[in-house]
Design a binder for this molecule. Structure first.
Ligand code: ATP
Ligand code: MG
Length: 259
C-alpha cells in the first residue's frame, strides 16, 4: 500500500520542455489526509506537476507513485482505476461547455459503466446539494452560470466518484473575496465529513493559509521550502519574502493569530 503514509510520492523529478527546464530534482511526499498547498510564481510548474501526478504527462526524469504504485508501470486500465480515485479541478476549462450542469457531473459516473441512470440522478442531486447549488440549475449550460457557480459545480464533478485524493488547481482564481471564502468553507466542511488528501495550487494567500496543513514552494526550478506555514515563512528566499511578507501578505497573515 502507500509508502510511509505518502498518498503521492515524487522522487528526483526533472521536467524539461525543449531547452526550458521547469523542475529540477523535486522530491515530495503528500501525506494521507493532509492539504498540501502548492505555491510558486506563474510558470514555476505547479500545473505541470499536478498533471504529472495524474499521469497525464510524464516528467523527463524521476518517479511518481500514487496510492503506493508507480504511474509508469500502469496500463490504460490501471491508470483509469487510479484516476477514478482522484478528483480534479483544472485551472482551465473547469466544465465542458457543451454539456449541461447535470451532464457534467454525471459524466464520470457514466464512464464507470456500472451505475444506472436512476442511481446517477440521485448521486448528481446529492453532489449538487453538497456544493450548495439548487437542483433547478441542473439543466443550465455552463455559459449561463456565474464564475462562482462554475467553480462549485466543477468541484461537484471532481467529487462525483467520492475521491480519496483531490487535486485543485487555482480553485478560487477569479472569485471575489466573498465567493473565495465560501469555497474555502465548502472544502473545510468536506474535510470534516470525508477523509480527503488534497493538493491545491493557488496564488490566493487567504485560501492557502485557511486550508493548507503544509505548503510547498516552487521557485528556481526547485522545491525551495516544504512545511507548515510558520516554517515556510522563515525560509530566506526572495519569492517567499515577496509572496508572504509583502504588504498584502503581511495583512493576510496578521489575521491568522497563531503565527
Ligand atoms: N505541454 C507543455 N509544453 C511546453 N511547455 C509547457 C507545457 N506545459 C507547461 N509548459 C511550460 O512549463 C512552464 C510551467 O507551466 P505551468 O503551467 O506548470 O506553470 P504554473 O506554475 O501552473 O503557472 P500559473 O501560476 O500561471 O498557473 C511554463 O513555462 C509553461 O509554458
Ligand atoms: Mg498553473
Amino acid at each position: 500500500m502507500e509508502n510511509g503514509g505518502c498518498v503521492i510520492e515524487v522522487e528526483g523529478l526533472h521536467t524539461r520542455f525543449g531547452n526550458h527546464v521547469v523542475h529540477e530534482d523535486i522530491d515530495l511526499c503528500v501525506y494521507h489526509g493532509e492539504v498540501l498547498g502548492l505555491v510558486g510564481g506563474s510558470g514555476s510548474g505547479k500545473t505541470a506537476l499536478m498533471r504529472q501526478m495524474l499521469g497525464l504527462e510524464r516528467p523527463t526524469h524521476g518517479s511518481i507513485r500514487v496510492f503506493g504504485q508507480s504511474l509508469y508501470g500502469h496500463n490504460r486500465k490501471q491508470l483509469r482505476a487510479m484516476r477514478n480515485r482522484c478528483g480534479v479541478l483544472f485551472q482551465k476549462g473547469a466544465l465542458f461547455s457543451a454539456l449541461s450542469v447535470y451532464d457534467n457531473i454525471a459524466l464520470p459516473m457514466r464512464e464507470l459503466r456500472t451505475l444506472d441512470e436512476d442511481m446517477i440522478r440521485r448521486l448528481v442531486m446529492l453532489k449538487l446539494k453538497m456544493v450548495d447549488i439548487d437542483a433547478r440549475h441542473a439543466d443550465k449550460m455552463p455559459a449561463e452560470l456565474s464564475g462562482g457557480m462554475i467553480k462549485r459545480i466543477a468541484l461537484a464533478r471532481a467529487m462525483a466518484l467520492d475521491p480519496e485524493l483531490l487535486l485543485l488547481d487555482e480553485p478560487t482564481a477569479g472569485l471575489d473575496p466573498e465567493l473565495s471564502d465560501g469555497f474555502v468553507k465548502l472544502i473545510q466542511t468536506m474535510r470534516t465529513e470525508l477523509t480527503l488528501t488534497i493538493v491545491m495550487a493557488t496564488h490566493d494567500l487567504d485560501t492557502l493559509v485557511a486550508l493548507s496543513d503544509r505548503i510547498a514552494v516552487l521557485a528556481d526550478q526547485r522545491m525551495v521550502a516544504l512545511g507548515p506555514l510558520k516554517e515556510v515563512i522563515n525560509r530566506n528566499h526572495p519569492f517567499i519574502a515577496n509572496f508572504f511578507l509583502g504588504e498584502r501578505g503581511k495583512r493576510t497573515l496578521a489575521n491568522h493569530v497563531d503565527i
